[in-house]
Ligand binder design. Structure first.
Ligand SMILES: C[S@@+](CC[C@H](N)C(=O)[O-])C[C@H]1O[C@@H](n2cnc3c(N)ncnc32)[C@H](O)[C@@H]1O
Length: 215
């Protein structure tokens, strides 16, 4: 995604599209993911900023969002929130931060949309301090072949209208293979298996720890 390109419609409708999710299962998820952040924290793919109210007050918040339309919405929402957040327009695959600069990195519903999960996870590992933690919540590919096949079929059209989202990724495998010291992943299915939401389930929640001692 370049600075000029973006997903104007997706960004425009995103808060309305996600309202129900935010008032139901995401209310349980965000305290476990954003709410568990510690120290200097980076949220990648901030979207409109739905996770921001859940961070503990003593966390130093930095965020990146590459899509220019989402970025503008996030900036406005941050102003309303009256909390200091350093926001930059940048993708997960090329983070504009020195190595070992964050205690916590967070993604929620982002690894479905990145261009390269391998590069994004490599960058997350690079910017984490030794002993730092990556917290994630992502929707992923069905582990049963019929569900996965349905996600493969729907992916081109889903991606076009869903801001570049690919629902058929084995994201848990990418995280397990990214070279973290310790990885904990729970598989969940918080939404009913009815169209169209059946294509963006199941979900994973967990954390990965970078090797080393935290200071
Ligand atoms: C489904 S939204 C989730 C937004 C937010 N994380 C949340 O939980 O509400 C996906 C977000 O990932 C962003 N995104 C897409 N490609 C990205 C990339 N390569 N690097 C970082 N973020 C990306 C999109 O612009 C969008 O804001």
């Amino acid at each position: 995604m370049t600075e000029e390109k973006g997903h104007r419609c997706f960004a425009g409708f995103y808060d309305r599209l996600s309202r129900r999710a935010e008032s139901t299962f995401m209310r349980e998820v965000r305290p476990r993911v954003q709410g568990a952040a510690r120290g200097r924290t980076l949220e990648i793919g901030l979207g409109t900023g739905a996770g921001l109210p859940y961070y503990p007050a003593d966390v130093t918040l930095v965020a990146v969002e590459p899509d220019p339309y989402m970025f503008k919405k996030a900036r406005d929402n941050i102003a309303d929130l009256k909390r200091e957040v350093e926001l930059q327009q940048a993708p997960a695959e090329d983070l504009p931060f020195p190595g070992e600069s964050f205690d916590t990195v967070v993604t929620t519903l982002v690894l479905c949309s990145v261009t390269s999960q391998m590069k994004a996870l490599g960058e997350i590992k690079r910017v984490l301090k030794p002993g730092g933690r990556y917290h994630f919540y992502e929707h992923v590919r069905y582990r049963n072949p019929i569900g996965g096949f349905a996600q493969d079929l729907v992916r081109p059209i889903w991606s076009q209208f869903g801001g570049g989202c690919s629902p058929n990724r084995r994201t848990w495998e990418a995280i397990e293979q990214a070279g973290f010291d310790e990885v904990s992943i729970e598989h969940e299915s918080p939404i009913p298996p009815i169209p169209p939401l059946c294509f963006v389930r199941p979900h994973i929640i967990g954390f990965a720890r970078k090797a080393g001692e935290s200071s």
